[in-house]
Design a protein around this ligand. Structure first.
Ligand code: FAD
Ligand code: NAI
Length: 469
């Protein structure tokens, strides 16, 4: 291998962190190399956000069809063709993938296909479809994460699946046991339960969706149970055996469970395998993460790390934001990181969206004057018109100043509606700012106006002392 190339900036990994960083750096006038050993778009496009949300959109259509009679629309018997759903998912990914390649190239970023490893802090060796040595004054590591495997019951990708191999499934199982009741476990539980699969969640902690707070856990446990999802909390899985026709699961309390398939969704491992970080003088910290400062700089000058590999948020939009910060700094135009208001969405039905602090978190931070206002969708005209009355909008705020500290929304379109509160928190807005803003009628977004009015003790569409959820 003798070919040598030089670029100002090299980005390793083309996920939502890496490709955004590459485009930004190129827009700032730098010569940029983007290296990936897999498909462009990383986890998010190929085996994460996009495929799962495409599959979840099938469940949304099914819900509409099932409820059509209530809207005066009679339909015939419903047949689910899961293979067609999978094919549609694959087509969506291919289309975005080729669009992404065009976008990257149109920004004059050079794409190299292969596995990158450090030779020195400014030298990479690329091995794969492209084979070369690449010199770059600045290198951004965006190598992401992979599904966490558990040694006692490793995935065989036949009946014991992870979030990647379950996407290859071409027909629906009758039953599915999901180990882990976090983001991935709950999104797949929601999807498959709606498609008619008997779903059981096995969660080690006392509740599902613990990271989203007690209000969410309690609400979603009730919703899931109502949909026929069986939830076992405080359970530890000892073994999972592939018995060819099904899996046999043994729990530490001695109970056993059989299911057609098992899905392991117990978190993700930070991925730096094969990078030879030691040759760059880099070491990893807790859970194998590459530690960075606010400008995404590592301990080695000229080397940055962004996205899942930093072990901070493991969300696509955070990876992208960090990509902009790293690229801007590397190109000599530093900007500030904005991580006070990170929205997070669990795409279950109903959707769960959070941003900022929960009331408990605000109180734990010593904000004794923190309070909250909650508005149920039942009382919203547009929710009634849509037939989407499940859920509520909640604003956490500081009673002394009126400043909005956090927001939670469970319900239809929560993923879109959280944007207003993200902007509010990011710009340190108050309840008054929301109350003074005209919200179009009838819309689901009016829920924020109403929640702010309740927080302000001036409710409009609820009686003054109505019982709040
Ligand atoms: P990744 O997207 O993981 O990309 C890393 C890239 O680096 C890969 O393409 C890999 O091939 C490449 N690479 C690794 N090592 C090398 C090397 N040595 N040389 C060359 N290339 C290399 N987040 C959300 O915000 N919303 C969601 O709805 C959502 N849904 C998800 C659903 C699932 C099932 C999963 C698994 C994740 C989901 N996520 C979601 C999380 C999101 O996918 C990740 O946070 C995001 O992809 C991280 O981006 P990244 O750029 O850090 O790394
Ligand atoms: P997670 O951390 O969200 O949830 C893992 C769950 O598994 C936790 O509840 C944990 O207590 C449980 N668990 C761990 N070990 C266990 C064991 N041995 N037995 C039973 N339960 C066990 O991780 P998940 O769901 O794998 O997702 C990984 C990450 O990917 C998320 O943290 C998130 O950052 C990202 N993601 C984001 C999505 C989104 O933004 N909508 C969707 C999917 C993933």
């Amino acid at each position: 291998m003798t070919e040598r190339k030089t670029h100002d900036i090299a980005v390793i990994g083309s996920g939502p962190g890496g490709y955004i960083a590459a485009i930004k750096a190129a827009q700032l006038g730098k010569s940029v190399a983007l290296i990936d050993k897999g498909f462009l778009g990383g986890t998010c496009l190929n085996v994460g956000c996009i495929p799962t949300k495409t599959l979840l959109s099938n469940a949304a259509v099914l819900r509409e069809v099932r409820h059509a009679a209530a809207f005066g629309i009679e339909t015939g018997p419903i047949t689910i063709h899961y293979q067609k759903m999978k094919e549609r998912k694959d087509a969506v990914i291919s289309k975005i993938r080729s669009g992404l390649e065009g976008l990257i190239k149109s920004n004059k970023v050079t794409i190299y296909r292969g596995s990158a490893q450090f030779e020195s802090p400014k030298e990479l060796k690329i091995v794969g479809a492209d084979n070369l040595y690449l010199h770059a004054e600045q290198i951004i590591i965006a190598t992401g994460s992979i599904p966490l495997d558990i040694k006692a019951f490793p995935c065989d990708h036949e009946r014991i699946l992870n979030s990647t191999s379950i996407l290859d499934m071409t027909s629906l199982p009758k039953s599915l046991a999901i180990v882990g009741g976090g983001y991935i476990g709950c999104e797949f539980a929601s999807l498959f339960a709606e498609l008619g699969v008997k779903v059981t969640i096995l969660e080690a902690l006392p509740s599902i969706l613990t990271a989203q707070g007690a209000t969410v856990s309690t609400f979603m446990t009730k919703v899931f149970t109502g949909k026929g999802i069986e939830i076992h909390t405080n359970v530890s899985v000892q073994t999972i055996e592939n018995r060819q026709s099904h899996v046999h699961i043994t729990l530490s309390n001695g109970h056993t469970l059989d299911a057609d398939l098992a899905l392991i969704a117990v978190g993700r491992s930070i991925y730096t395998e094969g990078l030879k970080l030691e040759k760059a003088g880099l070491s990893t910290g807790a859970r194998g993460a590459i530690e960075v400062n606010e400008q995404m700089q590592t301990a080695v000058p000229g080397i940055y790390a962004i996205g899942d590999v930093t072990g901070q948020w493991m969300l696509a939009h955070v990876a992208s934001h960090q990509g902009i910060i790293a690229a801007s700094h590397a190109a000599g135009h530093p900007i500030h990181a904005h991580e006070a208001a990170v929205p997070a969405v669990v795409f279950t039905s109903p959707e769960i969206a959070t941003v900022g602090l929960t009331l408990e978190q605000a109180q734990q931070k010593g904000l004794a004057s923190a309070s909250q206002g909650t508005f149920p969708f039942q009382a919203l005209g547009k929710a009634q018109a849509n037939g989407d009355t499940e859920g509520f909008a909640q604003i956490v705020f500081d009673k002394k100043t009126g400043q909005i500290l956090g927001a939670l929304l469970i319900g239809h379109e929560a993923s879109n509606l959280i944007a207003e509160m993200t902007l509010a928190i990011q710009h340190e807005l108050t309840l008054e700012s929301v109350l003074e803003t005209i919200h179009a009628h009838p819309t689901m977004a009016e829920a924020w106006h109403e929640a702010a009015a309740i927080a302000n003790e001036t409710p409009i569409h609820l009686p003054p002392k109505a019982k709040r959820p």
